[in-house]
Write a protein that binds this ligand. Structure first.
Ligand code: BES
Ligand code: MN
Ligand code: ZN
Length: 504
């Protein structure tokens, strides 16, 4: 059983419950399953006739409420479409869970049971049933602790019914869900971090959140400004220079592999708790969104939670650079030249291209210190990636075809999709500087690629991938499994990448 805030989900055997709401699945062309048909019979054919009159066809995620008259039976039955063979992808089961949660949330019953069977007579596996529960967990997420009105208080006090997934494979489902729910919690942690405003969640507070992972066996180390100065992280520190909030770097290590000394997989996150643009100040409209400019760091933190909570058999390290980008008398000016930890110098021509400055030192530190097998960074790096890909896919930039393939496959499977974008010498030339080794902007065109080329100058021989998640991490459109502004994008994608390719 998993409790997430006010959500309780359990698995039970495939039988009709004595009380509470009952949700039955209806397949293609309005076909009922065995249990659905049995329930219909108990109600003298009311369900089937109601479906027929309403022309309810069982299209995936369509729902219809039917109120029965029975005294000791559930009064409310929900017909839930699960569609046909085309609707059996991993993501379809998640979506189904999201729809079930929404139906259950509108109920005043104490319990709701989903009779999860295949109306076409096939079998629903434990894995699939667990995905349905995962979909519920993701959809149930809410961020409303700052709403204090009477109405909001009442809404918050309302408890969800206890949900049971009744399935023939409940034992397998339970086992699988214990791992999946760890990932779901990771997503919800990332969402919380993105949704929190920057007056509440500064670099120090974010680092404290990372520190909390030590409760589940993650080794967490926090670097202070003094320590980062000693390490010569002049690039990262140039970003936080105008802020009264001191910078932090959090290093999270999970050693779950058989060999504790095997090279880890590394994840690096951009954690700009707020991005005003600095002296190259952003326009006012929509600037509030920049509280989400730590979506990369949030995803890395959520991922480390997921890996540790499900005891993944992998050595993993997560490194997040935490800063606030502010204008100030002491802030970095356009034209300033700084020296990064790698020794390379950077002419900062636009203080709003700050994410790459944070990542340059975080990437260098990570590779130097941990000699990882692969390094993947996540960053809400450029507005240009939104122009190119919208909110549908993250931009993928990589020096390695195999890693790119692995990420693309994990993206299609989880629904957290990516699209590979180009890198190359001609783009690299665009960030050569007149005065220093490089400048931090590339000009008007190919903005996402020149940002990635900048990062590539801080990558050694390790297979590396950069995910530009400016379009997918925040300001998220509603989906069946997400109603949150901060989506938690990247946690499920990278957990899947690890599970499929880097666990032994
Ligand atoms: N944090 C922004 C990118 C961003 C934009 C994230 C929209 C989410 C939504 C980043 O630091 C930035 O300001 N990038 C500049 C780069 C430019 C100055 C080269 C941009 O995209 O305009
Ligand atoms: Mn910026
Ligand atoms: Zn930024």
């Amino acid at each position: 059983m998993v409790m997430a805030k006010k959500l309780t989900i359990g698995f039970g055997s495939a039988k009709i419950p004595a009380s509470g709401d009952i949700i039955i699945v209806v397949g293609d062309k309005g076909v009922f399953g065995k249990l659905g048909a049995e329930l219909d019979k108990q109600h003298d054919g009311l369900l089937a006739s109601a479906a027929k009159s309403a022309d309810f066809k069982g299209t995936a995620n369509a729902t219809m409420d039917v109120w029965t008259q029975s005294k000791n039976q559930a009064e409310r039955c929900v017909l839930l479409g699960i569609g046909g063979d085309d609707d059996r992808a991993e993501t379809s089961w998640l979506d189904l869970g999201g729809t079930i949660l929404a139906a259950a949330a509108s109920s005043s019953a104490k319990s709701a049971t989903i009779l999860l069977e295949d109306p076409a007579g096939g079998e629903i596996s434990g894995d699939q049933a667990a995905l349905v529960a995962m979909g519920m967990l993701l959809r149930a997420y809410k961020f409303e602790q700052y709403k204090t009105s009477e109405k909001a208080r009442k809404a918050k006090a309302k408890t969800l019914p206890k949900i049971t997934v009744a399935t023939a494979n409940s034992t397998a489902a339970k086992r699988r869900f214990s791992a999946l729910s760890a990932v779901g919690e990771g997503v919800n942690i990332a969402r919380d971090l993105v949704n929190e405003p920057a007056n509440i969640l500064g670099p120090v507070e974010f680092a404290n959140k990372a520190k909390e992972l030590s409760k589940i066996g993650v080794d967490v180390q926090i670097l202070t400004e003094k320590e980062m100065k000693k390490l010569k992280m002049g690039s990262l520190l140039s970003v936080s220079q105008g802020s009264v909030k001191p910078a932090r770097m959090a290093i999270m290590r999970w050693n779950g592999a058989k060999s504790k000394t095997a090279a880890p997989v590394a994840f690096v996150g951009k954690g700009v708790v707020f991005d005003t643009g600095g002296i190259s100040l952003k326009p006012g409209a929509g600037m509030g969104d920049m509280k989400g400019d730590m979506g990369g760091a949030a995803a890395v933190t959520g991922l480390m939670h997921a890996l540790a909570a499900r005891k993944a058999k992998v050595n993993a390290v997560g490194v997040i650079g935490l800063v606030e980008n502010m204008p100030d008398g002491d802030a970095t000016r356009p034209g300033d030249i700084v020296t990064s930890m790698s020794g390379q110098t950077i002419e900062i021509l636009n203080t709003d291209a700050e994410g790459r400055l944070v990542l340059a030192d975080a990437l260098w530190y990570t590779q130097k210190k941990f000699k990882p097998k692969i390094t993947i960074d996540l960053a809400t790096l450029t507005g240009a990636i939104l122009v190119a890909l919208g909110q549908e896919r993250a931009g993928l930039f990589s020096n390695d075809d195999e890693l790119s393939e692995q990420l693309s496959a994990a993206g299609e499977a989880t629904g957290e999709k990516v699209w590979r974008m180009p890198l190359g010498k001609a783009y690299d030339k665009m960030i050569d500087s007149k005065f220093a080794d490089m400048k931090n902007i590339g000009g008007r065109f190919a903005g996402s690629t020149t940002a990635a080329q900048f990062l590539l100058r801080y990558v050694n021989e390790t297979p590396w991938a950069h995910l530009d998640i400016a379009g997918t991490a925040m300001n998220s459109p509603d989906t069946k499994i997400n109603r949150s502004w901060g989506s938690g994008y990247g946690v499920r994608l990278l957990d899947r990448l690890v599970a499929d390719n880097y666990e032994k």
